[in-house]
Design a protein around this ligand. Structure first.
Ligand code: URA
Length: 268
């Protein structure tokens, strides 16, 4: 940083600076002096010719090269017998780079015995800080809307409570959209999450969750319908972050909540 001698700063101050940069969405380290890319050789040095592929060479190859992140995720998720195991498995899972930019895993909130499980997209800044999904502005709106139909993530009665998680457990830096690869490798964990919580119905909040679980985009057309995802009745709903930007759409979200309420009452 210009004008600042980093050698004079304490480790705590350096850590705080680094965290601040991360918060601002910095995800690439730059050197102090600019790199003259015109001066770089036109052709990068080529690696030495590959050694012949013998059985011994295959055995000696670093294990990582053979790792398929999705298969690894499936294996880790299947081995989780409880929600606590699953959270620990996600915390240990090394292949998703989203973890590098996030403070912590945001696993879930609410009551895992609830009849309804809501799946959002990914933690934002507030969720990353607090370690819980939907605690920022979009979450506060969600709580208000649920309250209007007598539901709450804090309710003791599983008939009135709610279980909340996200498609992705780490905040994408700068709130960028997750990549297809990141979504694919975290999906086995979400699938196991749904199996272990075993709710009666799912609410899929926003386009990313719908696309990942239903394989379709177009939330404005799908919202309010009972579809099927992961073997459960699933209703796509407009994301509350969208409702904050487009308050006129709250009326549609309200209709969808009433449809949820009807279903829960009919099957009570
Ligand atoms: N948006 C989401 O999809 N999930 C959160 O946890 C917060 C905001």
């Amino acid at each position: 940083m210009p004008g600042m001698d980093l050698d004079d700063l304490s480790p705590d101050a350096l850590r705080a600076l680094l965290e601040w940069q991360r918060e601002m969405g910095v995800d690439e380290a730059l050197t102090e002096t600019p790199v003259d890319r015109f001066a770089l050789p036109e052709k990068m040095p080529q690696p030495a010719a590959a050694a012949p592929l013998t059985p011994a060479a295959v055995q000696a190859a670093p294990a990582d090269e053979a790792v398929d992140p999705v298969t690894e995720a499936e294996r880790a998720a299947a081995a989780a017998a409880t929600l606590e195991d699953l959270r620990a498995a996600i915390e240990r899972y090394p292949h998703c780079d989203l973890r590098l930019g996030a403070k912590q895993v945001v696993f879930s909130d609410g009551d895992p015995r609830a009849r309804v499980m809501l799946i959002g997209e990914a933690p934002g800044r507030d969720e990353d800080r607090q370690g819980k999904p939907f605690v920022g502005q979009a979450g506060q709106l969600l709580d208000k809307m649920l309250d209007a139909i007598g539901m709450s993530r804090h309710a003791d009665d599983p008939g009135r409570s709610l279980y909340i998680t996200n498609l992705l457990p780490w905040r994408p830096e700068g709130n960028r959209d997750p990549t297809v690869e990141e979504t694919a490798m975290m999906l086995p964990f979400l699938r196991r999450h749904v199996e272990l919580a075993d709710p009666e119905v799912l609410i899929l909040m926003g386009n990313h969750a719908c696309f990942a679980l239903l394989g379709r985009r177009g939330i404005t057309k799908m919202r309010g319908q009972w579809l099927e995802a992961m073997g459960k009745p699933a209703m796509p709903m407009l994301h509350t972050a969208y409702l904050l930007r487009q308050p006129h759409a709250k009326r549609q979200a309200w209709e969808d909540l009433l449809r949820l309420q009807d279903r829960l009452e009919a099957k009570a």
